[in-house]
Design a protein around this ligand. Structure first.
Ligand SMILES: Nc1ncnc2c1ncn2[C@@H]1O[C@H](COP(=O)(O)OP(=O)(O)O)[C@@H](O)[C@H]1O
Ligand SMILES: [Mg+2]
Length: 275
């Protein structure tokens, strides 16, 4: 009785009740499948979920986050979840927020603001801005990156590279730069194999710095390099969760490994179509 009163006063919800909500949904009408439940409550350091579209992968991730926050009492700031788009992040965040509000109340739900749910690009940008001196940089999207190269390409020698005409040279240059970033191609090899391109790339990066600009590819590339050199700058992360893993490139995979070095990592992806 005293215990019950205490629970009421503290506004706490019993753990078995919480587990029931997580397993069956707040309305009790969305029971997890056996495979989903296994993933949600797994104690493994590396968890990989592969299944087809609509199989319930994102739902599994969402319930895992609820499980970690409410049942395992993991501090929200130690959880990082990557989605493929900002829209997907918004939808995941609001689903988590709504469910926590229903289970624990609004005051408790407000605490989860410290949890990161978003794209890997936004996370890399935040790291660069907060810890590596890129606070006054802006990010060019793909279109702006192309426009930037078209406008200033002459100055850095894009015209001396391969291509049918200037726009084609710019397009090929941007594509090649992003291969260097996405595939983390070692610079010494690049200098050796393709010195002309290498020279233009160096000037391009200098120009991006002069104008305080990042691109999507460069963001990830720089985050990987900076963290490799100064891993102690990373905030403490105990749980890293990645949705749509099948769409991730080599540099992003490397960043995930670095960020999740000391964390439990759960990745969720679409099973490759076999024809
Ligand atoms: N255990 C479950 N019980 C009820 N509905 C579920 C369950 N798992 C997933 N769903 C629902 O099925 C739909 C597809 O799930 P989702 O997680 O988006 O699939 P995926 O990410 O694998 O494409 C969503 O509407 C989701 O809410
Ligand atoms: Mg999904």
């Amino acid at each position: 009785m005293l215990c019950y009163l205490f629970t009421l006063l503290m506004g706490e919800v019993a753990l078995d009740k919480i587990l029931d909500y997580i397993k069956n949904g707040v309305d009790g009408k969305k029971p997890l499948s056996e495979a989903q439940e296994k993933a949600v409550m797994s104690e493994s350091k590396h968890i990989r979920v592969l299944a087809g579209a609509g199989a319930g992968k994102t739902e599994t991730l969402t319930r895992r986050i609820l499980y970690l926050l409410l049942y395992k009492n993991v501090p929200p700031e130690e959880i990082v979840a990557f989605t493929f788009t900002e829209k997907a992040a918004q939808s995941m965040k609001s689903r988590i927020y709504m469910q926590i509000t229903q289970i624990m109340g609004e005051e408790y739900a407000a605490k989860i603001g410290k949890m990161y749910v978003g794209t890997i690009h936004s996370y890399a940008l935040r790291l660069l801005q907060d810890h590596f001196g890129y606070g006054n940089y802006d990010v060019l999207d793909d279109k702006q990156e192309m426009a930037f190269v078209m406008r200033r390409g002459y100055e850095i020698g894009v015209n001396s590279l391969d291509g049918r005409n200037y726009p084609d040279k710019c397009k090929k240059f941007v594509d090649a730069v992003n291969v260097v970033y996405d595939e983390l191609i070692p610079r010494d090899k690049l200098r050796e194999k393709n010195p002309e391109f290498y020279k233009v790339l160096e000037k391009y990066e200098q120009m991006l710095d002069d104008y305080h600009r990042l691109t999507f590819g460069r963001l990830i590339y720089l985050a990987v390099n900076k963290i490799k050199k100064r891993p102690e700058k990373l905030p403490k992360i105990t749980h890293l969760i990645v949705d749509e893993y099948q769409d991730i490139n080599h540099a992003q995979e490397e960043l995930i490994k670095l960020i999740g070095k000391d964390a439990s990592i759960m990745i969720v992806g679409e099973r490759r179509q076999t024809i």
